[in-house]
Design a protein around this ligand. Structure first.
Ligand SMILES: Cc1cc2nc3c(=O)[nH]c(=O)nc-3n(C[C@H](O)[C@H](O)[C@H](O)COP(=O)(O)OP(=O)(O)OC[C@H]3O[C@@H](n4cnc5c(N)ncnc54)[C@H](O)[C@@H]3O)c2cc1C
Length: 347
């Protein structure tokens, strides 16, 4: 029987970066994933936005998260030979005087002003986007190519036979005194990075999740290549060569993970109202985010099985949160550093 340090269940962004962190530190393990059947990571726009929400609040821990994200996505880019992230300014439409005032107040605070661009510039968008009352602009935003990361990291794992493509069956996991046995593998630790499907995971389904579905269109617009991300009713995230990711809403009640006509119609209506240039829909994608009510991830050991861990709950912000927290969990496992209490799963 093969003896390993760990089994990771799920190869979305969380499972990929946790595995990367472990391998860099000399651990050996296997990843089990069902072929990205339920991966939010294959649909994510991959924005990192330092100031978010209707109240323009500085993103939780962004000063700590950004340097880690830049470092780790840089290392991964070298590993797979593809540039996996890019800095992108974010231009945000403001629709009323009240919003303008709020933006002024919130983006001139001591802790936020480094993200603010004093004179917002729409550049190419100004030619084809219906003008809003005014705009605010942020620097130090990023676009992370999340779907590319999970495809490229899977290819890396496959090359070395570090991944098994199958549905993980929890009832087949044998819990022993010194670890776990699953099929032909024995491992000291198990890490669940199963995204919103944690709600069907008998070991952690008592933890409070509020999954939210999101849908987006991938569109192509001829001769239109702005560099910035635009938030105007929808997020317009440029992928280059006239291709944009546009979306997404939040659906709290849904039948399944599939794209729906209703959401497509809604997005297309907003597009037609805001974009004065013809576009072609290349794809319509949907997935469910592993969202948590208090918007903090869930990272920690099972209440009975101390070598079984949850690494989940990255909600709408996996691109910025996962690099930092995968290193944090790795340091707990490899160097016995304590885990932060604010991400404790049983809170
Ligand atoms: C429309 C949309 C837009 C988004 N935009 C952004 C954005 O701009 N910025 C941002 O930071 N975040 C964004 N997100 C959120 C982001 O996608 C998530 O935070 C992140 O991808 C979560 O990664 P994960 O690895 O935890 O989960 P997932 O990506 O869902 O991965 C879980 C993996 O586990 C597998 N799995 C589950 N159960 C089993 C099992 N029993 N056996 C085998 N495999 C299993 C799944 O198939 C999947 O491959 C967006 C999400 C959506 C849906």
């Amino acid at each position: 029987m093969e003896q390993l340090d760990y089994i990771i269940v799920g190869q979305g962004l969380a499972g990929s970066l946790l595995d990367f962190s472990f391998r860099k530190n000399g651990l050996h393990g296997v990843v089990i994933d069902n072929g990205h059947k339920n991966a939010a990571s294959k649909v994510a726009a991959g924005m990192i936005n330092p100031i978010t929400g209707r109240k323009y609040v500085k993103s939780w821990m962004i000063d700590e998260l950004l340097p880690r994200a830049i470092e780790i996505y840089g290392q991964l880019s070298k590993l797979v030979g593809v540039e996996l992230f890019a800095e992108r300014n974010i231009v945000r439409a403001l629709y009323s005087r009240a919003e303008e005032n709020e933006w002024e107040i919130k983006t001139t605070l001591e802790q936020t002003k480094k993200f603010r661009v004093d004179k917002p510039v729409l550049n190419e968008y100004s030619k084809f986007i219906k003008p809003s009352l005014s705009y605010g602009e942020l620097t130090k935003g990023y676009h992370v190519h999340v779907p590319v990361i999970i495809r490229a990291y899977r290819a890396f794992l496959e090359k070395y036979k570090f991944i098994v493509e199958t549905q993980f069956n929890h009832s087949k996991l044998k819990i022993e005194n010194d670890g776990f046995v699953y099929d032909l593998v024995k491992a000291k630790q198990v890490f669940f990075c199963d995204g919103y499907k944690v709600n069907q995971n008998p070991f952690f389904n008592d933890i409070n999740h509020q999954p939210s579905k999101g849908e987006a269109l991938i569109i192509k617009v001829q001769d239109f290549e702005p560099n910035k991300i635009l938030k105007q009713k929808l997020n317009f995230v440029p992928f280059g060569q006239g291709v944009f990711w546009v979306g997404a809403g939040y659906e709290w009640e849904f039948e399944n993970e599939k794209p729906t006509k209703g959401e497509r119609d809604r997005i297309e209506k907003i597009l037609k109202d805001n974009l004065s240039k013809p576009y072609k829909v290349i794809d319509h994608i949907a997935a469910v985010r592993p969202t948590v009510i208090d918007r903090r991830p869930y990272i920690g050991a099972h209440k009975i099985h101390s070598n079984m861990f949850l690494f989940n709950g990255f909600g709408t912000k996996g691109a910025s949160l996962i690099p930092y927290w995968s290193e944090h969990l790795m340091r707990h496992i490899c160097f016995k550093e304590p885990l932060a209490s604010e991400v404790f799963p049983y809170r």
